[in-house]
Design a protein around this ligand. Structure first.
Ligand code: AMP
Ligand code: ZN
Length: 471
């Protein structure tokens, strides 16, 4: 079966056919963080989703070039820089570092490119120049350069590819200077914003005077510079569909670098929001947790990753701390089963057992149906535990089962439990003790603790789960 994705552009599920004639190389761009503060775990839902797409494409044999930009100049950042009196680089640098650290903590693969917007100003100026040369952009009396929706549509181009728009409501010549606006405020949007006193030191020279780029042109310039004028996949949270992604299409296709018949982006994928009590988790509503907030509360990064990956990416998902507690229990079941398999399997390499892989692949091929993917994993855990209990697993079968899990986990990316550097035999004892405690069999838990001690290991119960270290 072919891999299929829901493409926001066609509003339908389509077979994924890369632009690469060999069908192998894939270019993937995901709009990255605006580094004006710590990312909250709603933002992380989107970045973990991008990591899942990349990992699954690699699992399916593709070579992925993954680009995730760092938005380090934009309206909100400038306001904060103005308030703190720090330089732009000082201010954004702290949040960029935190973001890249958190990305690793959550077990995400580093994108091959993480371009900073401020280092691509030349590419943005070139793109704006092309749009002016083609008559699609103009400098207004205020000195800023705007994209003309009327001229773009007049060339036979379609504005409103990702969303339906009501052009009747649009008054020509109206402009919007802010980067964020809703569909009802349809107007020419800013490509280059002329320097104003509040911008302080944040400005660059340009053929249209000193100023700074609009947010939308940043992503068009960086994505096309690194992936070419046409590429396969563009991802982001659903709030970016309009205006950000619609404007990216207009700018990128308006500049006209694509080969005949090619689009700027072939497949647009949008992740649904992480919600809190029915409302989008967001800074402005104050209903958010950062990754660090949750780690401080004693939750492990692997539990947070697991929770963010439980629901299908196009379904809104309600975040609760109870959900995180459930993640700990679910991961404990996997750890226990995998611990026992490791103990039995020894270290000889083995071919993955195909049944789990097949079910998991069928689920994920279907527009990344991760709920069905997890069902495959937990059915496998149940069946494997039964086979282990009945003594039906030989070391070779255990090794094959373990190899299948490791292949699946190359996609899920659940980091090993704390203390996993201990040998398999010790981990199995730790997992058995966790299971005994969960079953409230404290006598057995104590026996296992003593057994670990006799082997030279101490186990500690921490808010992040059981940790084992050498005595
Ligand atoms: P920002 O740093 O605000 O530019 O956002 C980074 C990414 O997080 C974007 O792709 C947003 O669409 C996404 N995002 C923002 N809030 C949420 C949320 N509550 N749930 C999921 N994704 C979100
Ligand atoms: Zn973007």
């Amino acid at each position: 079966m072919a891999l299929r994705f829901f493409n926001t552009l066609s509003r339908s599920v389509q077979d994924f056919v890369p632009l690469d004639p060999a069908g192998r190389a894939v270019g993937l761009y995901c709009c990255g963080p605006t580094v004006y503060d710590f990312a909250h775990i709603g933002n992380w839902r989107t970045f973990v989703f991008a990591d899942l797409v990349r990992r699954y494409l690699e699992f399916r044999g593709h070579t992925v070039t993954h680009v995730m930009n760092i938005t380090d100049v934009e309206d909100k950042i400038i306001r904060r820089v103005h308030e703190t009196g720090q330089s732009l680089r000082e201010y954004t640098g702290q949040f960029e570092r935190a973001f890249l650290d958190d990305l690793q903590t959550l077990g995400c693969h580093s994108p091959q490119h993480t371009p900073r917007a401020t280092e691509y100003i030349a590419a943005m100026l070139a793109l704006i120049g092309q749009l002016i040369a083609r008559g699609l952009a103009y400098q207004a009396a205020d000195g800023s350069v705007y994209f003309s929706i009327e001229k773009y549509r007049g060339c036979g181009c379609q504005y409103g590819q990702l969303v339906k728009l009501n052009f009747e409501a649009m008054r020509t010549g109206e402009r919007v200077a802010n980067d964020e606006y809703d569909k009802e405020s349809l107007a020419d949007f800013a490509l280059w914003k002329t320097r104003v006193p509040e911008d302080g030191d944040v400005f660059w020279p340009s053929p249209w005077g000193e100023g700074r780029p609009g947010w939308h042109i940043e992503c068009s310039a960086m994505s096309m510079k690194l992936l070419g004028t046409s590429f396969d996949l563009h991802l982001g949270g659903e709030d970016l569909v309009f205006p950000h992604h619609e404007d990216e299409i207009a700018q990128s296709e308006g500049a006209g670098g694509q080969a005949p018949g090619q689009r700027f982006v072939k497949y647009w994928l949008h992740g649904a929001h992480l919600m809190v009590e029915g409302k989008k988790m967001s800074k402005s509503l104050g209903n958010y947790f950062t990754l660090r907030d949750l780690l401080t509360k004693g939750y492990a990064a692997r539990e947070i990753r697991f929770l963010l990956l439980t629901a299908h990416y196009r379904e809104t998902f309600n975040f609760t701390l109870d959900g995180l507690a459930g993640a700990r229990t679910a991961l404990g079941r996997i750890d226990e089963c995998v611990g026992k398999l490791r103990e039995l399997a020894g270290t000889a390499p083995a071919e993955p057992e195909p049944a789990l892989l097949q079910r998991f692949t069928e689920a994920m091929d279907d527009d990344l149906n991760i709920s069905a993917g997890w069902a495959a994993v937990f059915d496998w855990v149940r069946d494997t535990n039964r086979a282990l209990a009945d003594g039906r697993l030989t070391p070779a079968l255990a090794a094959a089962a373990l190899a299948a899990w490791e292949r699946v986990n190359s996609v899920l990316g659940i980091p090993a439990a704390a203390g996993a550097e201990a040998p398999a035999e010790i981990l199995a004892l730790v997992a058995a003790r966790v299971a005994a405690k969960q079953a409230k069999d404290f006598k057995r838990a104590d026996v296992l603790r003593d057994e670990l001690k006799a082997k030279g290991w101490v186990v500690e119960d921490t808010p992040k789960g059981a940790k084992v270290k050498r005595a």
